[in-house]
Design a protein around this ligand. Structure first.
Ligand SMILES: [Zn+2]
Ligand SMILES: [Zn+2]
Length: 145
C-alpha cells in the first residue's frame, strides 16, 4: 500500500495522513488543464472583423457562451463555424498557443507585423517573437546605394 498522504501522481507529500487516492494541488491543477478543450472563437478585440483566437474551456456550451458574448449575438445563433472545436490544439492548454501552431496546425491567418497584409500558411515569411512577417517583408531589406 502506498504511503499515506502521498500524491498518487507524483508521490509528493500532501500532508494529510489517511488521504487515499489524492493528488497534490499541482498535479490536480495540471490534470484539470489537460482536460480543457481548445476552441477557435472570435477574438476578444475586433471579433466583428473576423479575427480569431483560441480559448481553452471544459465544455462546448462555455465556448459558445464566450462566442455569443464576443459577437454580441444570441447564444442560439452561434454556429460551429463561429465556435470551432480544435482538438489538434488541446495539447497547448492552457495557452498561449504559439503563432506557428495556429497557422500551421489550424490554418488561421495573422496580420503581417510590418505591412498588415493577412498572412496564412501559404504566405508566411518568418515567425517573430509574437507574430509573423509575410513572405515579402521577411526578405532582406534592399540596401540603399
Ligand atoms: Zn503530485
Ligand atoms: Zn508584410
Amino acid at each position: 500500500m502506498a504511503n499515506e498522504g502521498e500524491c498518487r501522481t507524483c508521490g509528493g507529500s500532501i500532508g494529510q495522513p489517511q488521504a487515499v487516492n489524492l493528488e497534490c494541488l499541482d498535479c490536480a491543477r495540471k490534470r484539470t488543464l489537460r482536460a480543457l478543450k481548445a476552441y477557435v472563437v472570435p477574438a476578444e478585440s475586433l471579433p466583428e472583423e473576423g479575427y480569431r483566437d483560441v480559448i481553452f474551456v471544459s465544455t462546448r456550451g462555455l465556448a459558445r457562451a464566450v462566442t455569443a458574448n464576443r459577437l454580441s449575438i444570441p447564444f442560439l445563433d452561434v454556429t460551429s463555424d463561429d465556435c470551432e472545436r480544435a482538438p489538434e490544439l488541446d495539447s497547448y492548454s492552457p495557452g498561449p498557443v504559439p503563432v506557428r501552431a495556429l497557422i500551421e496546425e489550424h490554418d488561421l491567418w495573422f496580420d503581417c507585423e510590418k505591412c498588415n497584409r493577412r498572412v496564412n500558411v501559404d504566405s508566411v515569411g518568418e515567425y517573430t517573437k509574437r507574430g509573423v512577417l509575410c513572405d515579402e517583408c521577411a526578405m532582406p531589406e534592399p540596401t540603399d546605394a
